[in-house]
Design a protein around this ligand. Structure first.
Ligand code: HEM
Length: 424
């Protein structure tokens, strides 16, 4: 992974917010990828700057203080915050992420119930069983670990959601879900094709929701599919079936997206074999390892919001409608919060203070009241369990290949998708 020198720690919070040099930085963002913010923060000696992206004025910021401003105090909405090419592949209209206030809190509670600890444990067990089956089938074969992780997580996610076997075509769904994440940052035909695939997946899931509601499909109460089919809005009205389908997708898609962290966990164990034994032996060490994977490796580069409540920060008035971008990747590598941020050091999480705004690969602030990801505990649990399994079982060798991870490509993956050869 190409790494920049750490950002300056001596930032003057009283200084005026500088402007980036170029008139419009859209090309800079495409070229620099994950390092877009960090290059400019460093060049300007700041943790916040203004610029233009796609012709729109934007303020870009990073760090724990910026994350607190962004995530706490209801200052931001997600209204017009993301390009439609991204929104339609990730959360989509009508989803929890596009809501604010009471409606958001009500919908968020649904997600938190679906992802409470016992439910996360059921998901992890479904994944564990599917992984055991997948390994047994692949003896002697060389495959892309990324593709295998996508397939395995799709089967596990569908079973955990309560989708009856045969009700959907899992191999097609798996390709559709992976494409939604892989193509979120692309433009033109690749993005349109992924959007068409998403619309088809949405309509299949909508039919599933209708079948649960009509009683044509018998689904176990308490499963995510059952909860979503029965869910109401803040006024007590049932969610439209199309919105329920979007939310079901908002559970399935990100579980499958955890595949990237599984690959990164395997990549980290490959490069730091001294962690094999401790990770295999101790579940707490495996959790610290998973957190360092989430901090160190690139996934969501940024998150954008629109000011909904005026506030002043760094001597500047932020007015409703302004576009602000929080750099998640730079915050996870901020030298003010993490010593030697470029190094992979799971030990840094021993006795960690748990500040909600420093480790923010899945958003910051408060889970219940803000937009922080409700799937964080599930992501950590799946990544930790996977790391433990491969550290303990040593099921594959890693053939010679290009293991570099380009920070210019969003979302990132090792160049050769991490090919592995399963032992016979
Ligand atoms: C692959 C690992 C994951 C990453 C990198 C990730 C990343 C994120 C980020 C950055 C946000 C914050 C968006 C914002 O501030 O507007 C978010 C929100 C969200 N995530 Fe995740 N996520 C992951 C896994 C999951 C899982 C496993 C689930 C559910 C099973 C999930 C469901 C959601 C939902 C529903 C939201 C919207 C929350 C809201 O607006 O209140 N995510 N995720």
């Amino acid at each position: 992974m190409v790494d920049l020198h750490p950002q300056p720690s001596g930032i003057d919070p009283a200084a005026e917010i500088p402007r980036a040099r170029a008139i419009d930085e859209s090309l800079g963002f495409l070229l620099d990828g994950y390092t877009f913010g960090r290059r400019r923060f460093r060049r300007l000696g700041t943790d916040v700057f203004t610029t233009r992206l796609a012709g729109r004025r934007a303020t870009v910021m990073y760090g724990a203080e910026a994350a607190r401003i962004f995530y706490e105090g209801d200052r931001f909405s997600r209204d017009r915050a993301m390009p439609t090419s991204v929104l339609h592949l990730l959360q989509d209209e009508g989803s929890v992420q596009t809501l604010e206030g009471d409606e958001h809190r009500h919908r968020k509670t649904l997600f938190m119930q679906m992802l409470e600890p016992a439910s996360v444990e059921r998901l992890v067990q479904a994944f564990d069983a599917e992984w055991t089956r997948a390994v047994a089938e692949r003896g002697g074969r060389t495959v892309s670990l990324y593709d295998l992780a996508v397939e395995t997580l799709t089967v596990a996610a569908a079973a955990w959601c309560g989708i009856p076997g045969g009700a959907v075509d899992l191999s097609r769904l798996s390709g559709d879900l992976a494409a939604m994440v892989d193509r979120a940052a692309s433009f033109g035909p690749p993005n349109w094709i992924a959007r068409a695939r998403r619309r088809k997946a949405e309509s299949d899931l909508e039919a599933l929701v209708e079948d649960v509601r009509s009683g044509a499909l018998d689904v176990q109460p308490g499963t995510p599919l059952h909860r979503i089919a029965e869910a109401t809005d803040a006024d007590g009205d049932r969610l439209p079936a199309s919105v329920a389908a979007v939310e079901l997708l908002n559970v399935l898609r990100p579980v499958v997206a955890v595949s990237r962290f599984l690959v990164f966990a395997a990549h980290a164990l490959h490069h730091h074999p001294e962690w094999r034994r401790p990770v295999a032996a101790d579940p707490d060490v495996a959790v610290r390892f998973a957190n360092e994977v989430r901090r160190r490796y690139p996934f969501f580069p940024i998150i954008a919001g629109t000011v909904q409540r005026a506030f002043t920060w760094r001597g500047r008035a932020f007015r409703p409608g302004e576009w602000v971008i929080l750099d998640l990747y730079a915050t996870n590598h901020d030298v003010r919060s993490w010593s030697a941020p470029a190094r992979f050091l799971p030990r840094r999480f021993e006795g960690w203070n748990g500040d909600p705004n420093t480790l923010i690969p899945q958003g910051g602030g408060d889970l219940a009241t803000g937009h922080r990801c409700p799937g964080e505990a599930a992501t950590i649990a799946l990544t930790a369990r996977f790391a433990r399994r491969i550290a303990a079982d040593d099921p594959f060798s890693v053939p010679k290949q290009d293991l570099r991870i380009s920070l210019r490509r969003i979302p990132a993956l090792p160049q050769d998708r991490f090919r592995v050869t399963f032992r016979s």
